[in-house]
Design a binder for this molecule. Structure first.
Ligand SMILES: Cc1cc2nc3c(=O)[nH]c(=O)nc-3n(C[C@H](O)[C@H](O)[C@H](O)COP(=O)(O)OP(=O)(O)OC[C@H]3O[C@@H](n4cnc5c(N)ncnc54)[C@H](O)[C@@H]3O)c2cc1C
Length: 564
């Protein structure tokens, strides 16, 4: 047996979503916990994210709005089973659907203020059996990070929204140039920001609110010893049982023993260029929104000790474009929301449409990469007309005025005719003309006969124009009024989606399919339990928190108890 510098019951690698739900459960069970985080910040990509959790049949939904069977029906209809996707199975999905609402009840019971993420964020394939047309999303209530003690406010990873905005509000504000109601929401939000400043508050929303609130619960309960700047470099095995890890302390190796188990919650490999080149060659960390420490350390370590990796070619794609002033393929409002709106389409470099643009961000990027194997489609082009430009947001533009520098930098391409625009983007003019004419015919007919944009999928309306009448008009609109515009679109991402194989108890599996002793994993360190599909908003964080919690329950020998 190895000698250790110190020992805990539960050793967590990384401070992602599942780390905290597992730590709270272990504390409740009376166990000691250490969270070893490589970066100087707490919270992982989860803190930087939208913080949305996809939790079917959750406590915030109305009675009768959802149930376990509907959610299972939905997942079974969207998620593919097969040898390419061993991270998922009917049993794994059932486990998720059954346990996620219980995990949520537990976390809320620990004093973490959560709420319905949005009342309108349909599942991404809501037209399929069991699909939900309202919302299965859960998020944290905006959080004043000054509620954290000592120097912890500065150690919480920066979020995407450092202000008190709820998701529904954010959605409305994007229509500010056209709606008095939206202006009202903006005014209220601005007032909250000013009030917060006057009263010395530092509001955060989305993922930073989630991880801030989770961190607060951990610190208040003294649930875990949290060590930042503590990368885990090695898993120590005794036979096939994980007994500890090697981290660093004061620049030297530091061996930490684990009595009951080790949870790997160390994120993805979004920032590891070598791994990307090997597994997802058509993607790039230059286009990724993952955090700098998402380098696949535990993917490689599990592989070294004989574990199985799967679904490694998957990422949570998020189409982006790198406009002036941005150092990555910027994700908000995201080209998905652009091309899904009326008067806009996406074409490949031959000038042809090749997908339903009003699809999930993950699906769009998958389709771009598949298309690129046949016709150059990376980058693709978002094509818009002047009606689009007047009405809808693009990049950081809210109103109709095109910001200075967009044309000069060469990012925004412009032509008085479709043919002139085609010349500017190097696409055969007659082909782009034919594509636009065909599209305009579909708009007249009320349905895109090629890719079913405008069909009975509520999610299309969600991505489209909320002020347009319900139905196809929310996403269909002719491209007919010049000048015409184009910006390039690349398959960016919000991190990767493949990794180590786990079972329904979140135990890490060896190559022969049997579990290592005491070794667990959750989140995007694992091969997603959703296979290669993103069924709805929050399909990363929801499973991470749930399987982290399941892992702790299993390691603590609690059976089906959850100690709420
Ligand atoms: C802008 C943006 C918005 C997003 N919005 C959403 C959303 O709303 N809902 C959703 O479900 N997903 C969203 N995503 C994706 C989602 O954030 C991630 O997939 C998810 O947070 C991953 O969580 P995790 O628990 O697996 O790990 P993470 O939250 O990534 O945490 C992993 C942690 O492990 C640490 N680590 C890495 N290596 C080591 C090591 N060797 N030793 C110790 N620590 C290590 C990392 O530093 C990191 O802190 C978004 C992503 C981005 C970028």
């Amino acid at each position: 047996m190895a000698d250790f510098d110190e020992t805990f019951d539960w050793v967590v690698v990384g401070s992602g979503a599942g780390s905290v739900s597992s730590a709270l459960l272990m504390k409740q069970a009376g166990k000691s916990v250490v969270i070893l985080e490589k970066s100087p910040y707490f919270g992982g990509t989860t803190a930087k994210s939208g913080g949305v959790m996809w939790i079917p049949n959750n406590r915030f939904m109305d009675p009768g709005e959802d149930d376990e069977e509907q959610a299972i029906t939905y997942l079974d209809s969207v998620v593919k089973d097969g040898p390419e996707f061993p991270g998922t199975s009917p049993e794994k999905r059932r486990t998720y659907v059954r346990e996620a609402p219980r995990m949520l009840d537990f976390v809320v019971g620990q004093g973490v203020a959560l709420e319905r993420g949005s009342h309108y964020w349909p599942d991404y394939y809501d037209e399929l059996p069991g699909g939900n047309k309202t919302s299965r999303t859960v998020t944290a209530v905006p959080f004043n990070k000054k509620e954290l003690p000592g120097d912890w406010p500065g150690k919480l990873r920066l979020g995407m929204l450092e202000m008190p905005v709820r998701l529904d509000d954010g959605l409305q504000i994007s229509n500010m140039s056209r709606s008095w109601a939206a202006r009202g929401v903006f005014a209220k939000t601005a007032a909250r920001v000013v009030m917060g400043k006057l009263t010395g508050k530092h509001w955060v929303s989305a993922g930073a609110a989630l991880q801030g609130r989770m961190l607060k619960a951990i610190l208040e309960k003294n649930a875990a010893d949290i060590r930042l700047d503590s990368p885990v470099n090695e898993i120590i095995l005794d036979g096939d049982k994980a007994v500890g890890v090697v981290t660093e302390k004061d620049g030297k190796p530091w061996r930490v023993g684990a009595n009951m188990g080790i949870l790997l919650n160390a994120g993805g490999f979004g920032m590891n260029a070598e791994m990307r080149a090997k597994y997802i060659p058509k993607s790039s960390n230059d286009w990724s929104n993952a955090i700098e420490s998402s380098t696949g350390d535990m993917h490689r370590e599990v592989e070294r000790i004989g574990g199985e990796l799967a679904q490694m070619d998957q990422m949570v794609g998020f189409p982006g474009t790198r406009g002036p002033g941005f150092d990555t393929a910027y994700m908000k409002p995201g080209t998905q929301n652009v091309c899904a709106k009326p008067h806009a389409i996406q074409v490949d470099q031959s000038g042809e449409r090749y997908m339903n643009e009003a699809s999930s961000y993950e699906h769009i990027c998958q389709t771009m990469m598949e298309r690129d194997a046949v016709v150059p489609a990376i980058p693709s082009w978002a094509i818009m007309d002047s009606q689009y430009m007047i009405k809808y947001p693009l990049h950081n533009k809210m109103g109709s005025r095109i910001p200075k520098g967009w044309r000069e930098s060469g990012w925004l391409k412009e032509g008085n005719t479709i043919e002139e625009l085609a010349e500017k983007i190097g696409v055969p003019p007659e082909k782009l003309r034919a594509t636009v004419d065909r599209w305009n015919g579909f708009v007249d007919a009320g349905l895109d006969a090629d890719f079913q944009r405008g069909c009975d999928r509520e999610y299309q309306g969600y991505l489209g124009d909320h002020l347009a009448p319900q139905g196809p008009a929310r996403t269909l609109g002719k491209i007919e009024k010049g000048p015409f515009y184009a910006v390039d679109v690349v398959p960016g991402d919000v991190d990767t989606y493949g990794g180590v194989m786990t079972d329904c108890e979140a135990r890490v599996l060896k190559k022969d399919g049997s579990p290592f002793g005491n070794l667990y994993a959750c989140g995007i360190t694992t091969a997603s339990p959703m296979g290669d599909v993103y069924p709805g908003a929050g399909a990363s964080i929801g499973p991470s928190m749930t399987f982290g919690w399941i892992a702790a329950r299993h390691a603590a020998g609690l059976g089906n108890q959850d100690l709420t």
